[in-house]
Design a protein around this ligand. Structure first.
Ligand SMILES: *[C@@H]1O[C@H](CO)[C@@H](O)[C@H](O)[C@H]1NC(C)=O
Ligand SMILES: *[C@@H]1O[C@H](CO)[C@@H](O)[C@H](O)[C@H]1NC(C)=O
Ligand SMILES: *[C@@H]1O[C@H](CO)[C@@H](O)[C@H](O)[C@H]1NC(C)=O
Ligand SMILES: *[C@@H]1O[C@H](CO)[C@@H](O)[C@H](O)[C@H]1NC(C)=O
Ligand SMILES: *[C@@H]1O[C@H](CO)[C@@H](O)[C@H](O)[C@H]1NC(C)=O
Ligand SMILES: *[C@@H]1O[C@H](CO)[C@@H](O)[C@H](O)[C@H]1NC(C)=O
Ligand SMILES: *[C@@H]1O[C@H](CO)[C@@H](O)[C@H](O)[C@H]1NC(C)=O
Length: 502
């Protein structure tokens, strides 16, 4: 691996992290080596999967630096082009599985970009944008302009062909309630619902415009704290309210605010139906064991008129608190009426390898009682069974150099529109080694290897790259491989020549 490659990997993977500045950019491969291949120029972190999961045909998706899919056995399945990515999320659109992710320019804790939606062939089929000019966005980067002002945090579809995203507008505000200047600056948090196919805006909501119900005093991030902004000037706006997840239930919106340690439920007219503060309770009666803070990925697991059940990734830490508290997955039952009690249904953590995640993360219920938890700034993914027992843990780094905002287990069939990649060479011990891979293919069973028009062998596919040994072939023999089995069965690589050395 060249030095250049190494520093690039550090930068891109660390930046998206943006939330958690990468402090040890010296030597990524000493911290976690990258896996390399002969047939492809792709480099990817080893995904050290420990223990095996029992639950469905599935792949782990990770995004940041590169959008990536791994299989359960830790093998790479697909890696997209390098970029600034976030909010990568497998979802359904028109009955088809797709991948949505944010891409754009990242600042400290927020960004300006668009949402790309890829189909099973990894082709972009939709691009959701939010016109910065038309919507009158002010950014810390003015006068630099951006073509789209969607923030990094969310890419959640509704069942109605729309997408929920966050956006940041830099605006002036009175910060005296949090001990700041009267003429201070904030990162106002906006919520948009946008039609995926037409880009039409169906809902817009600004926290600051609703500050009577979402007051700055709910925010517990101290002014000037690492990542929270001093609020003293336009280029260092205070992180009010730092939204990081939105979902729509019926015609209402569930919003998570990181720095307010809060969950808000909004009516369609933008008024706050209820507010749960993870430290102070808000409209609810919190107990010590139901307290949460700086959380991510808040979703309803169930909902009725009487109560809701919330799933969330409770970081309980930030860059400015340090790693003081244990990060856990939580399931909370919230009584909407009567006692307004919040009770803890489940708490998940890995006692053998506890995590103290300062930023990011996700919490996914898998339908059989299992939960997949991603730890964001701490590059670790865990799966729990219905009794909270760890059934899978995977790491792709030791420190925060490599991060992933969220991760999902999801059934996925990849139909790459590219051809399989192949490389062949003469080995030192007088054989011919053929290396074959097909970025994004999920269900190839075996590979046929042809030399000229002669079928030399058929070999079982073995991971992202399969190595097949043949007798020594002349160094300019041509090799073609063909996929057998799966949706791409019969697809052939281009014709390559056997190289003199491997
Ligand atoms: C990624 O974000 C950085 C700023 O953090 C920006 O300089 C760069 O242009 C972005 N890359 C792309 C491809 O947008
Ligand atoms: C993905 O989209 C491309 C471009 O629209 C199309 O050619 C291809 O057939 C689609 N693939 C799938 C699996 O839908
Ligand atoms: C951003 O803030 C400016 C200044 O307060 C305001 O004029 C503009 O309308 C705001 N834009 C959005 C998208 O809220
Ligand atoms: C779904 O979209 C249709 C058409 O825009 C709209 O009439 C309907 O209210 C939407 N349903 C929900 C639940 O938002
Ligand atoms: C919290 O619970 C106590 C008794 O357990 C009750 O008196 C009080 O009204 C509750 N608070 C709210 C906001 O419902
Ligand atoms: C979970 O606990 C219940 C009750 O003890 C038990 O019956 C069940 O087998 C456990 N499930 C697993 C996967 O161990
Ligand atoms: C390439 O193969 C041809 C026969 O197909 C042979 O005559 C020729 O010498 C080979 N060239 C090299 C450089 O090996």
């Amino acid at each position: 691996m060249t030095r250049n490659m190494r520093s690039r990997a550090v930068r891109t993977l660390g930046l998206l992290a943006g939330f958690a500045i990468c402090t040890s950019a010296t030597s990524a491969d000493a911290l976690w080596p990258l896996q390399e291949y002969k047939s492809s120029s792709i480099k990817t972190p080893f995904f050290n999967s420990l223990g095996t999961s029992s639950f469905p045909p599935a792949d782990i998706l990770r995004g940041n630096g590169y959008p990536t899919i791994y299989s359960d056995d830790g093998q790479l399945v697909w890696q997209g082009a390098e970029g600034n990515y976030s909010a990568l999320q497998p979802q359904m659109l028109d009955g088809e599985p797709v991948i949505a992710f944010w891409e754009g320019v990242v600042g400290e804790g927020f960004g300006f970009g668009h949402i790309s939606i890829l189909n099973g062939s990894y082709d972009e089929i939709h691009r959701v944008t939010l016109d910065c000019k038309e919507q009158d966005f002010v950014t810390v980067f003015d006068p630099t302009t951006f073509s789209s002002c969607i923030d990094i945090h969310e890419s959640q579809f509704t069942d109605n062909g729309t997408i929920l995203v966050t956006a940041i507008n830099v605006t002036q505000a009175d910060l005296s309630s949090v001990g700041g200047p009267k003429n201070g600056w904030i990162q106002d948090g906006l919520i948009y619902e946008i039609d995926i196919k037409t880009n039409e805006i169906l809902f817009r909501w600004s926290a600051y415009e609703h500050r009577a119900e979402v007051p700055m005093s709910y925010d517990i991030a101290p002014l000037g704290a690492d990542g929270a902004g001093s609020g003293k000037n336009k280029i260092d706006p205070y992180g009010y309210p730092h939204f990081n997840s939105i979902a729509k239930y019926g015609d209402s919106y569930l919003i998570s605010s990181r720095y307010m340690c809060s969950v808000f439920f909004l009516a369609p007219d933008g008024s706050v139906t209820w507010h749960l503060h993870g430290r102070y309770g808000g409209d609810f009666n919190l107990s010590l064991d139901t307290s949460f803070c700086y959380q991510h990925d808040v979703r309803f697991l169930s909902q009725s008129a009487e109560r809701v059940t919330l799933g969330l990734h409770n970081n309980d830490n930030t860059e400015f608190t340090g790693s003081a508290a244990l990060t856990t997955g939580m399931v909370l039952k919230v009584e909407l009426q009567g006692s307004k009690k919040v009770t803890l249904e489940r708490r998940m953590w890995d006692a053998a390898e506890p995590v103290f995640a300062q930023s990011q993360g996700s919490f996914q219920t898998l339908g059989n009682g299992h939960v997949l938890q991603d730890h964001g700034a701490t590059p670790k993914i865990e799966e729990y069974d219905e009794n909270g027992t760890i059934v899978m843990r995977a790491r792709f780094g030791f420190d925060s150099t490599m991060q992933t905002y969220r991760a999902y287990r999801y059934p996925w069939v990849g139909r790459p529109s590219t051809k399989p990649d192949v490389m062949a060479c003469q080995t030192d011990d007088d054989q011919t080694a053929v290396y074959v891979s097909w970025n994004g293919a999920t269900d190839v069973e075996s590979w046929k290897v042809y030399s000229g028009s002669r079928l030399k062998t058929t070999a079982m596919r073995n991971g992202f790259e399969t190595t097949i040994l043949l007798e020594k072939l002349p160094s300019n023999d041509t090799i073609v491989v063909e996929a057998v089995g799966g949706v791409g069965s019969g697809r052939r690589s281009g014709s390559i020549r056997v190289g003199k050395s491997c």
